[in-house]
Structures are given as structure tokens and as C-alpha cells.
Design a protein around this ligand. Structure first.
Ligand code: GLN
Ligand code: ZN
Length: 757
């Protein structure tokens, strides 16, 4: 028996083929026919990979040329007015990316992953209607290859919950408009075959829902199930438990419920009611969002314990969520340490894990053939090795972290700031930037040439030094107060540190889709983390030696290091982050001993790590702030600690931000005037704040007047003594031609405002 189930499959292609062809198409270097052809080839390959691995439930409509939420908007005809004059692919990509006359739709993170979806824009003025062609075509496409797929769609409750209203009002008012379209869709689907399985993704059920939303679940699924008796509906949830929704779903006529047992242990509590309901259980037991090899023995035990409630015949063995969130295949990792590679599993390897698990679970270990026996024993060996390998477990690090009992820096923030102002001698409305300056093609080439040993260390370092010299000279010339070195030596703010910390690993081809054609290659934390040697001191002190002004040191904080990496699953996240924090505290001490007076510890991804469930937030905030404070605990009172966060909404987390005890925080408020800054005033925030005065995410150069206006708006909220003036994020993605005038205007604006005060 092989009842294994894959929630969804990566689509970007094992060599990022989809990325390549899309970008060529956007650059007008190929036709849309080429895109479609390429996409068909990828779909075929992905279906065949799954079929060959013995997956019984393979999806169609998990593919997308950009994003599945966007596809759902197109399916429902939820096309914002400004795009209505467009058609087909022009319409589709304009919604995703904007065009000369229409701004793109907003994009935001898919739950607590690093995948971004296109946010639907709903308005009562709009009429919606069904367009099922993509779904139908993809089903036929697979069928023509001899593969009968289940059809994936995003559920109405999740779709609405993730939408925004452009005419204000509540998104769920659209329930009555949307559900009939889903009914219509199912009617069309019912004509496709004698029997069709439809997977309806409702990840929003993994969040705490208010009673109004919960009350929609039963009528939605009662109605959808009524459409046709030849459709079997599986409602699939992931990323957390969904016990509240499960309680309701068991009383609807759906065929199956999908639960994530990797990221939602609490789902175990729903087993008895699922058993009673007689529904199938899609048991998500193979981690779809992390890269560790599944522990087959442990997972078999988990499945056995599940089958104490739900009988075996009713269980389907599944990935915990779509495999979209993991890299494609380990076969491309040629340079990776062999021992470490043994511990990993990417999407293709996960298919084999599912197949092995189902063989053992349904037919017993005795039924394994030679190859399967071999696979099992290799799995057992790898997992045993992970428990004891000295690559992972470093006694010295563990002892060092245990011994680190200094949990925060000395002094009260108010007094610290007074002292710092004396030492640093800056005045009100002090100007600075967030750290990075433009990453030029020459820089990128120098870095990659150096990595490939095409140029010598001396030649590489000379190029970096030249960049720093020019960067410093520009900042002095334009009159910035606190300087930065520009981060020319960093490819990525996490990777740069990861490469220098023991316990961090890297892949060659471990790409994961982030949005559209954009992929990221997150590093992974496999073992205890330590810092063999200083990581930034050389470059920062070099930069400081080039100027009389104060040079700000630049580090990435522990929480961001974690949230942008794959993290080991054999240790609580808070413990891993503490190890990074201790390593960073050593770095900060080295920096200040080398004469650096201001150090910024970026926590760009602090907010991303928030758990989906309110009940778990306290614990996250506790370790996340603890570890930020441990990281900066070595800073002397006169050393000023900055942090930067790529957010503007602080209303929910302001107390936590205060708790982090950074002397200065820079944030992303540029696009919201002074509205979002008000919370800082409201809570009586006493430390200093640098609300971005212009948006760096666009090539537009802000005028002096515009920045003056923005600063004046800020001054309505916070006094000049408390305000820093800076752009709203790092300048790495901008060009020098944009950065130079923009910063010159910013400094000029400050001069004007100061004159008026
Ligand atoms: N210091 C980093 C930079 O300027 C911060 C980037 C970020 O917040 N994403 O690039
Ligand atoms: Zn930022």
C-alpha cells in the first residue's frame, strides 16, 4: 500500500529554470510561448519525479508563474480596476510587478515563512466571476501524461483573510460573493473525471480566529461539499495546530483533514474527534519547511501513536506543508561536507522518506526490499550520528554559553545616552545611514572572483578598501554626521556572518522561492555556534582610520541570523540564538576595544519570527529580547548601541522593542508620514529613534522640500533631541546616481529644519 501524499511541490525548477525564462521574458528576450513551454516541461518533470517516487496524491495547480494567491485572484476575477484594460499575461504580470502606468499589488509574507504572496485587493464596486481555465488546463496536462492529480486550491476563508479591502470595511463581507464562485468551480471540476480529489488549503485555520471567522467554516464547507458527489474535498492546514477549526470541520461532509504534526503537536488532541468523524487524516509528518532528514524510526512511532486513534486505513502520510519552502535536491551539493550532507533532506529526498515511511507503516518493516532496508539503515545511522557528531556538539561552546551570565549591559538608558552624547558629541537631528551603500557590479565581481580564487586576497582587499575610501569620502563631503563603511565585503547580511561562524553550513544550489522569480539560498545552522575569530573588526577599524568622524560598526543580530536560516531541529530555537548572541557579544567587545564607539546590531527580521499563535508569543519575545540583550551585554555604557528593523508597524511590539534596550533604533516609517511613529510617543519612549525620512525601495530621488516636510512631521511627534535622521533601510540595492543626490538632499533638509528651529 502506498498512501502517501504531497501537499505541494516546488515550481521554480531544480536549476531555477522558471526564474531564468521569466526574467528573459520580462526583459523582452523571449516570447510568452517560450515561458509556457518551459513551464510545461517543468510541470511534467515535477509530476514524474513524484510519480517515480511512488507518491499517490500528486497535485496539479500547485504550479504558478508567479504566485498562487495571485492565481486565485485571477480565478475569481478579483482584478483591481487599474489593471482592467489589460489582458492575459500582460494583466497577470502587471498585477504582480506593476508596469509603466500601474503600481503593482502589494506583496507580503505567507504566514511565518519567507515566501511572499500578492495581497488581493477587494472592493464592493467590483464584480467577480469565475475563470477556471488554469485549473482545468493543468489537470488535463497531467492526465495526458498518465498522471491523475488532486487539484490544489486556496480556500475561501484563507483567501479572504489574507485580502485587503480598498474601499475599507471587512474582508469577510465578501464571503457571499466568493463562495458561489468556488461552488461554480467545483461544478466544473466535477466534470473532469469520475472522481476528483480537491485539496483546499486553509492555513489560516492555524491562527487564532475570532468567532465570526470560525462561524464561516461550517457553512462554507457544507456548501462546497454539496456541489457534487464525485468530488472528495480535503481541507489542509499547516504551520501550526488548527484545533478550533478541526472541531468544526469534523461536522461537515468533507472527505479528509490535513494536519501538520511537525509544527503543531497540539493537533494530536484532535485525533479522537477525527476518528469519530470517520474522515481520512492527512498526517503531515515529514517537515516541509526544514531541511533535516526525517527520523524514520521516530516518525514511524508518531504514526503508530496516531493510529491508536485513527485507524490505519484512514491515514495518508504527508509532508507537513507544501515542499515549496525547501530546496529541490541534494544531488547538486557536490562541495558539501559528506557527513553534514548525510543529515539533510531536500524536496526530492523527502519524497523518498514519505515512500519509506508508508511502506513501513502500512506493510511492516518485514516487507522492505533490499534497497529499502538499505535506506532505512542509512537513515538510522545518520540520525544516530547527528546525536553525537563533534561537528554538531561542541562542549567548549556549550560551557562558554552556560557560563555567560551577563544578561544585559550596565546603566540605565537615560544616563547612558547622556554619557554617550558627551563622548560622541553629536547634536540634535543627527544624520546617519543604515549601513550598506550601493553594491556595484564591480564589487560583486570582485567578491565572486575572490571566492573562485581568480584574484588574490591582496587584490580583493585592495578593491574593498578603495570602495570604503570612496564611500567615506562621499559621506564626509555630503556632510553626514555618523558614517558607515558601506558593507562592500558583504554579499548578504546573514551569509556574511554565517560564513565566519562555526556551526553554520551553506549549500551550492539550495534555492527557495521567495517571491515571483526571486529565490533565496538560506544558510543552515547544523551545530553549536562559535566565533573562531573577529568577523568585522578589520574592516570597521580600517574605515575608522580613514576619517575623523565617528564610524558605526555593523552587525546582524541573533534573531535575524536565525529567522533567515534553516535552523537545527535538535535544540530549541532560543538556545541556538543564545549561542549566536554570545558570539556577537565577543565581537562587540572586540570592536569597542578597537576604538569603535557606535555599534549597530540589525534585527531586520525580528518581527518575522513571531509565532502564529498568540499563546506562544510571550515565549518568543522572552528569548528574542534576552538574546539581543546578551549580544550587546558587553557594550560599555559609553558605547552606543543601535538597532535597525525593517518595519514600520510597532504598535503590537513596542514594549518588546523598549525591552531590547538599544540606545537608538532606526525604522522604516518613511511611507506612513508620522502616523506610525505616534506609538513611540504614546508609550513615553525615552530612547532615540531614527524613523526613515525617505523610502529607499524606489529609485526615486526625494527632493529637499519633501524631506523637510517629512522631518517636520516627525517633529510633531517626537522632540528634536530624540530624533535621528536617516533613510529607511540600507542602500545596497540602489545606484550611486540615486544615493548621492538623495543623501545630499537629506543633509540639506536637516540644515534647513535646524535653521528654522
Ligand atoms: N545594515 C544593513 C544594510 O544596510 C541592514 C539591512 C536590512 O535592514 N535589511 O544593508
Ligand atoms: Zn531595513
Amino acid at each position: 500500500m502506498s498512501k502517501n501524499y504531497v501537499t505541494g511541490f516546488p515550481r521554480i525548477g531544480e536549476q531555477r529554470e522558471l526564474k531564468r525564462v521569466l526574467e528573459e521574458f520580462w526583459a523582452k528576450k523571449c516570447s510568452f510561448e517560450d515561458v509556457k513551454q518551459n513551464a510545461s516541461e517543468l510541470k511534467r518533470r515535477h509530476w514524474e519525479y513524484q510519480r517515480d517516487a511512488g507518491v499517490e496524491f500528486i497535485s496539479s495547480n500547485d504550479f504558478s508563474l508567479y504566485d498562487n494567491m495571485l492565481d486565485t485572484s485571477v480565478m475569481l476575477g478579483a482584478i483591481p480596476k487599474r489593471f482592467r484594460h489589460l489582458k492575459d499575461e500582460e494583466l497577470y504580470f502587471a498585477m504582480a510587478r506593476g508596469n509603466a502606468s500601474c503600481v503593482a499589488m502589494e506583496m507580503t509574507k505567507w504566514f511565518n515563512t519567507n515566501y511572499h504572496y500578492i495581497v488581493p485587493e477587494l472592493s464592493l464596486d467590483d464584480e467577480y466571476s469565475l475563470n477556471a481555465s488554469k485549473i482545468i488546463d493543468e489537470y488535463h496536462e497531467a492526465k495526458a501524461l498518465g498522471i491523475k492529480t488532486k487539484i490544489n486550491i486556496i480556500g475561501p476563508v484563507t483567501y479572504l483573510g489574507l485580502s485587503k479591502r480598498v474601499d475599507r470595511g471587512d474582508v469577510y463581507e465578501f464571503w457571499g460573493k466568493i463562495v458561489p464562485l468556488y461552488e461554480e468551480l467545483l461544478k466544473v471540476i466535477s466534470t473532469l473525471d469520475d472522481e476528483v480529489v480537491v485539496q483546499i488549503d486553509e492555513p489560516i485555520f492555524a491562527k487564532e480566529l475570532d468567532t465570526k471567522v470560525l462561524s464561516l467554516i461550517k457553512p462554507t464547507y457544507d456548501r462546497l461539499c454539496k456541489v457534487s458527489s464525485n468530488i472528495k474535498i480535503a481541507v489542509v492546514t499547516y504551520f501550526e495546530h488548527s484545533n478550533e477549526a478541526t472541531k468544526i470541520l469534523v461536522h461537515t461532509p468533507i472527505w479528509a483533514i490535513g494536519l501538520d504534526f511537525v509544527h503543531g503537536d497540539e493537533n494530536l488532541k484532535s485525533l479522537d474527534i477525527i476518528a469519530l468523524s470517520g474522515k481520512e487524516l492527512i498526517a503531515g509528518v515529514v517537515d516541509g519547511r526544514n531541511i533535516w532528514r526525517c527520523d524514520i524510526e521516530k516518525t514511524t512511532q508518531l504514526l503508530e501513536s496516531i493510529s491508536n486513534f485513527v485507524s490505519k486505513e484512514r491515514i495518508l502520510i504527508s509532508s507537513s506543508c507544501s515542499l515549496l519552502h525547501v530546496p529541490f535536491a541534494l544531488k547538486y551539493e557536490q562541495k558539501m561536507d559528506k557527513e553534514i550532507k548525510e543529515w539533510l533532506s531536500f524536496a526530492l529526498e523527502k519524497l523518498d522518506e514519505l515512500s519509506l515511511l508508508s511502506k513501513i507503516f502500512f506493510d511492516g518493516e518485514g516487507s522492505l526490499n533490499e534497497a529499502q532496508k538499505e535506506a532505512l539503515s542509512s537513515n538510522i545511522k545518520a540520525n544516530q550520528n547527528r546525536k553525537i557528531s563533534p561537528l554538531i556538539h561542541n562542549k567548549t561552546v556549550q560551557a562558554r554559553v552556560k557560563k555567560h551570565t551577563k544578561l544585559q549591559r550596565e546603566g540605565d538608558a537615560k544616563e547612558r545616552l547622556k554619557l554617550q552624547r558627551e563622548v560622541l558629541g553629536y547634536s540634535d537631528l543627527v544624520t546617519t545611514t543604515i549601513g550598506s551603500f550601493p553594491q556595484t557590479p564591480q564589487l560583486r565581481k570582485a567578491r565572486s572572483d575572490f571566492k573562485a580564487a581568480l584574484i588574490s586576497k591582496e587584490s580583493y582587499e585592495a578593491q574593498i578598501k578603495k570602495y570604503i575610501d570612496e564611500c567615506v569620502a562621499f559621506q564626509e563631503e555630503c556632510g553626514l554626521d555618523i558614517l558607515v563603511h558601506g558593507e562592500p565585503e558583504r554579499n548578504d547580511m546573514v551569509e556574511y556572518f554565517g560564513e565566519q561562524l562555526s556551526g553554520y553550513g551553506f549549500s551550492e544550489n539550495g534555492w527557495v522561492q521567495s517571491y515571483g522569480s526571486r529565490c533565496v539560498k538560506p544558510p543552515f545552522i547544523y551545530g553549536d555556534i562559535s566565533r573562531p575569530r573577529p568577523m568585522t573588526v578589520g574592516w570597521i577599524t580600517y574605515a575608522q582610520s580613514r576619517t575623523e568622524r565617528i564610524m558605526k560598526g555593523m552587525l546582524t543580530g541573533p534573531v535575524t541570523m536565525l529567522n533567515w536560516s534553516f535552523v537545527r531541529d535538535d535544540m530549541p530555537r532560543g538556545e541556538v540564538s543564545k549561542q549566536i548572541a554570545v558570539a556577537l557579544s565577543d565581537e562587540i567587545d572586540d570592536l569597542q576595544n578597537a576604538g569603535i564607539k557606535i555599534i549597530q546590531v540589525d534585527e531586520a527580521a525580528f518581527k518575522e519570527g513571531y509565532p502564529l499563535r498568540g499563546g506562544k508569543i510571550k515565549a518568543y519575545e522572552a528569548w528574542a529580547t534576552r538574546d539581543f540583550k546578551i549580544a550587546v551585554s558587553s557594550a560599555k555604557e559609553e558605547t552606543q548601541i543601535h538597532t535597525h528593523m525593517c518595519y514600520s508597524e510597532f504598535n503590537d511590539i513596542i514594549n518588546t522593542i523598549e525591552d531590547m534596550d538599544a540606545d537608538v533604533i532606526s525604522i522604516e516609517t518613511a511611507r506612513s508620514g508620522n502616523e506610525l511613529l505616534k506609538i513611540f510617543k504614546k508609550v513615553g519612549y525615552t530612547k532615540e529613534v531614527g524613523p526613515g525620512v525617505y523610502d529607499i525601495h524606489s529609485p526615486r530621488i526625494p527632493s529637499v522640500e519633501e524631506i523637510v516636510k517629512q522631518i517636520e512631521l516627525l517633529l510633531e511627534v517626537l522632540p528634536k533631541e530624540q530624533l535621528w535622521i536617516n533613510p529607511d533601510c540600507g542602500l545596497k540595492t540602489r545606484k550611486w546616481e540615486e544615493v548621492k543626490p538623495a543623501l545630499t538632499n537629506m543633509v540639506e533638509a536637516v540644515r534647513i529644519v535646524k535653521g528654522r528651529l
